[in-house]
Write a protein that binds this ligand. Structure first.
Ligand code: ADP
Ligand code: MG
Length: 448
């Protein structure tokens, strides 16, 4: 008998001692254990009534017993027969994602465009640039950990890659791991499922430099925080360099364990600010040089003046201007294209889209309550709008699946992905759905 089933038999044996004979025979013995999925233990009840009764009467007891035998489990999911298929489908998709992200981790490739040379230095990022360069030249020596924080699109990821590229070039013997917080978390939970946590630990604790991007997403993830704490200590103790990037200062990351907050604050915390006009202009000039674009000079000034809070958008606008000029058969981009490009950007900025706004529009359109939209109801009248809403959010906003999951009552990112993909698939064949979605997009973008 395999390990999983023999442990399950132990669970049954213990439960027999804890509940009445009737309860045991009706609700416990009839359960079919499905699998351990991350920190969740999944079982199938024989009927929906049995599921309800088990949850009402014995949820805590059985969870406690399961925890005794299955390390890392802190939740029990009881499915009823009608839910089994959908659940297994979700898991399959999740595993594919994890597989992909793990491969990425192992490669640890750095974007070759994200170098120190290509990073334009100005008042807004001077100190963080020096700190990053210092760390790249003396890993584990002066600033450990280096914690970089600042708004989106201001160059955090660029700097992490620059450090990676620099070390790869100058210090070939050092092992570097670069992961996003999401990848770290996925790799960890996958290792729990596959029962190879030790391999996971070895991967991350053997490196000389560990970089975790977007570490703010560790908020609320108790298990991952615990694991990361130990990884951190292990590396730190041997003077291995740790570099973290976040959109917030550690003190503003909510639901972060105090001991991690204090570890994060033990080295250098450095912010990256919005660039001033000169820096924005220099970034555009650099980009023109790198990409070999042909652009009239006043265009760059015009863009630098008008887009002032996000370098990603600034670059996006330049790309847009150049694409427009190519479409129009010109060999140099002019103010005409620049004004056109900015019109789009201006509308997308004033729209000020949020998750709430998309939810409100979907609720109005389908006449459902917001509490139902984010709640647990499983009837089609609710599930359809819910999935459509999730799809729209993924289409219209650039936010992580995990964050969307949190907005939908703490759903898992795999559930969000499943909903998104399902609707994306359905609109290919279902014309009325496509029309509804187009309507919704117009409504979302129009009513301010
Ligand atoms: P973040 O991780 O802070 O959200 P990124 O590092 O992804 O931002 O930067 C967004 C884009 O802006 C990238 O293409 C990056 O190369 C570019 N960028 C940011 N800062 C600079 C800079 N100082 N010089 C040149 N390009 C920059
Ligand atoms: Mg980034």
């Amino acid at each position: 008998m395999n390990n999983f089933l023999s442990k399950w038999n132990e669970v049954l044996r213990d439960m027999q001692k804890l509940v009445s004979v009737v309860s045991y025979e009706l609700y416990v013995e009839t359960l079919e254990p499905i699998k351990v999925d991350n920190n969740k233990f999944v079982v199938l009840a024989s009927t929906s009534t049995n599921k309800r009764r088990l949850l009402e009467l014995h949820k805590d007891k059985i969870l406690n017993v399961i925890k005794d035998y299955f390390e890392g489990v802190d939740e029990i999911i009881v499915l009823e027969p009608s839910e089994k298929e959908a659940f297994l489908e979700d898991i399959k998709q999740a595993e594919e994602i994890i597989e992909n992200s793990q491969n990425e981790t192992q490669k640890s490739k750095f974007n070759e465009k994200y170098t120190f040379d290509n990073f334009v230095v100005g008042k807004s990022n001077q100190i963080v640039y020096s700190a990053a360069l210092n760390v790249a030249e003396n890993p584990g020596k002066h600033f450990n950990p280096l914690f970089i924080y600042g708004g989106t699109g201001l160059g955090k990821t660029h700097l992490l890659h620059a450090i990676g590229n620099h070390i790869t070039k100058n210090n070939k013997s050092l092992k570097i791991a670069y992961v996003t917080c999401e990848q770290f978390m996925n790799a960890y939970t996958k290792s729990l499922t596959k029962k190879n946590v030790e391999d996971f630990r070895a991967t991350y604790r053997e490196v000389d430099v560990l970089m975790v991007d977007d570490i703010q997403f560790i908020a609320n993830k108790t298990g991952t925080q615990e694991e990361f704490f130990h990884t951190f200590n292990d590396l730190y103790q041997f003077n291995k360099q740790i570099i973290l990037a976040s959109d917030k200062h550690p003190r503003n990351i909510e639901a972060l364990e105090e001991r991690l907050r204090s570890r994060f604050s033990g080295g250098l915390i450095q912010d990256i600010q919005k660039p001033d006009f000169e820096t924005r202009l220099a970034i555009l000039q650099k980009k023109v040089e790198i990409e070999n674009y042909s652009v009239e000079n006043n265009v760059l000034e015009f863009l630098a003046e008008n887009i002032d809070n996000n370098i990603r958008e600034l670059e996006g606008s330049l790309n847009k201007v150049v694409s427009l000029s190519i479409l129009m058969g010109k060999n140099k981009a002019t103010m005409f294209e620049a004004e056109e490009a900015l019109k789009d950007i201006a509308t997308s900025q004033t729209q000020n889209l949020t998750v709430d706004k998309i939810m409100d529009t979907v609720c109005k359109y389908y006449n459902v309550k917001k509490s139902d939209l984010i709640g647990k109801k499983k009837n089609k009248e609710i599930v359809d709008p819910r999935q459509i809403c999730i799809y729209l959010i993924t289409e219209l906003l650039d936010i992580p699946l995990m964050t969307i999951g949190a907005a939908f009552g703490g759903r898992d990112h795999t559930t969000i992905m499943h909903a998104r993909d399902k609707i994306a698939q359905n609109i290919k064949t279902n014309r009325s759905l496509k029309t509804n979605i187009d309507d919704l997009i117009v409504m979302i973008k129009s009513d301010n």
